[in-house]
Design a protein around this ligand. Sequence first.
Ligand code: HEC
Length: 391
Amino acid sequence: MRNVLPAAMLLALAATAPTVHAAPVRLCGFPHSATEALDREVAHAVFQRAGLAYTRVDLGDAIGRRGASADLVSKLLGSRCDVFIGVPVASHFDKLKPASVLDTPYLNASFVKFHAVGVHVADGGRDTTAVAYKSPAQLIAAEEHDAQFDVLGDTSAVIDAVAQGKDAYGIAWYPSLVTYQQQHPQVHFATSATRTSISDWRLSFLTDTRHAALAAHIASAVHELQQDGSLPRLTSAWQMHADSMRIAPGALAHAQPAVFRPDDAGVMLRTSNAPAAGAQAHFAQSQVEPGRKLYAADCARCHGDHMEGRTAPALRGEAFAPATGSTMTVGGIYQYMTTNMPADKPGMLKPQEYADIMAYLLHANGYTPSGQALDPAHAGDDQTPFNSYVK
Ligand code: HEC
C-alpha cells in the first residue's frame, strides 16, 4: 500500500518555502538502511550544533528496502524533504554529478571484502566470494578477476553465507557488516580493501542548490563536530579500520556535489506507469546494427553475448523485464545506462552510441522500430514502460 497524501496537503507542503531559519528543517532518511540508528544520532548532533530546529518526515513506504532512485530523492527534495541523511554516495560518481546536488559527508563507508575468522569453510566454498544480486558488490566482483562468485539475493544472505562457511569470502557494504556483528557478537569478521575504487563510498547529508544556505550550515556543523571529536566518538563503531582499508578514517572531504546511489542494494530504475499499449518504440532499424557492435565491444563481457546475464544481470527476456506491466521505463533505463555503464568506465561512450545501444536493447526485447531515430537528447525523457516481448 502506498501512502497517498491528499492534494491539498501536497500543495501546502509545496508552498512552505524552505529557508534556513523559518520553519523546522524537514529531514528525510532511509528507514531500511543499516545505518538508520546512527543516522538519527548524527542528525540530532548536527542540527543541535547548527542551532536548527528539525522535524523527521515519515515518508511511509515511499522508500523501500532496496533504497530509492536518484530521481525519487531529487523529487522528494523538491517537495517533502529539505535534507536527506544517510545517503550513500559513491566517490566514482563525482565526475558525473549534477551540479544541483550538495553533499556533506560524515563517514567513510565503503564496500569491503571479508571473511569469518575461525569458521570452517565447506569444500565447495573455498574459492567463492558471495555478493548480493544487483548491488554494487556485484559490480565490484566483476572487477576482482581471480575469484568465483556466488550471487545471492541480498546483503544479509551474503553475510550469513560467509558466517556459516558456505562461502569463504564476501563483498558487502561495511555498515551492513557492522550491524550484523552487533546482532551476532559471536562471529568475527576480518575485512580488507577491494582492488577497485568502485568500492569507495561515504555516508552523507544531501540537499540541492535550492537549500545551499542550509547545506553550508550543516557542513560547518559537521566540520566542528569532527574537529572537537564528537563525531568520531559517535561513529567509532562504524569507522573502518585503517590497517585494512585504503581510506583513512576521518578523512572527510568538504561539502561537494556528487551523484549518489542510495542504499547498498543499488539504484532502482523502477517507476510506476501504465502498461504499454503495443510493442513499438522510438528507434530506427538503422541504429540496431551499430548498437549490436557497440554492445559486443563494451557490454557483452559482463551482460553476456546474448544479454543472458553473466557477472551482471540479463538485459533481455523475462529475467530483465516482465511481458506486461513493467515498472521500468525506456528513459529510466537509458539514463541509468548512460550514467552507470559500462560499470568499469561509466559515461565512456558518446551520446549517439548510447542511443544506438538502446535501440539494440529495444530490438533484442522484441520491439519494432517506429522508424524515427532514437535521439540521445530526448531518450532519457521517454516514459514508455519497458516490457520484454521475448522469452
Ligand atoms: C564490468 C562489467 C559491466 C559492463 C562492462 C557493463 N555492465 Fe551493465 N551492469 C553491470 C552490473 C554489475 C550491473 C548491476 C549493477 C547494479 O544494479 O548496481 C549492471 C546493470 C546494468 C543495467 C541495469 C539492469 C537492471 O536490471 O537494472 C543496464 C541497463 C546495463 N547494465 C547496461 C549496460 C550496457 C548497455 C553496457 C555497455 C555499454 C554495460 N551495461 C556494461 C556490469 C557491467
